[in-house]
Design a protein. Structure first.
Length: 150
């Protein structure tokens, strides 16, 4: 699937939050339940994420926003694809964009329980840098830090 990818702006905060929330819920048991209610996530996206981070939206060929990626320095901070668009290449296109935005390397966290994400990132050349017991994240769920070096 060829996506239209564009940088999100202040008017996109609601759409960014919608895609993030739908993608997270669509992951099912692979991702621990969020610790913040939806309205707090929406406020955080509008007040913090969109104004202070590099946010990218991918729309499917019909123009429907279907994936979001948040880059913070050399970190892929968030990458979510809505359930009905999973497996169509949107995440791959966003990861390739992130690599061009941070050509010296990238890092990210994913949950140990999210084996599909692990396979996805490993296919894109990311390797395990460390694993934790989850004491450093809000969900208190074991996680893995991946890195990519060109």
């Amino acid at each position: 699937m060829s996506a239209t990818i564009r940088r999100a702006g202040p008017d996109d905060a609601r759409t960014v939050a919608d895609v993030l929330l739908r993608g997270r819920v669509g992951a099912g048991d692979a991702i621990p339940p969020g610790v913040h209610p939806d309205h707090e996530v929406r406020e955080w996206v509008a007040a913090v994420v969109v104004p202070t981070r590099e946010v990218w939206l991918a729309a499917d060929p019909a123009g429907e926003p279907s994936a979001v990626m948040v880059i913070d320095g050399d970190w892929i901070d968030q990458l979510y694809v809505v359930p009905e668009a999973t497996g169509r290449g949107l995440g791959s296109q966003l990861v390739e964009l992130a690599k061009t935005r941070s050509p010296a390397g990238l890092q990210l966290w994913t949950f140990v329980s999210n084996t599909a994400a692990q396979r996805f990132y490993e296919r894109h050349g990311f390797t395990v840098a460390e694993t934790t017991d989850g004491s450093g994240n809000e969900e208190r769920s074991p996680d893995i830090r991946y890195t990519w070096q060109p």
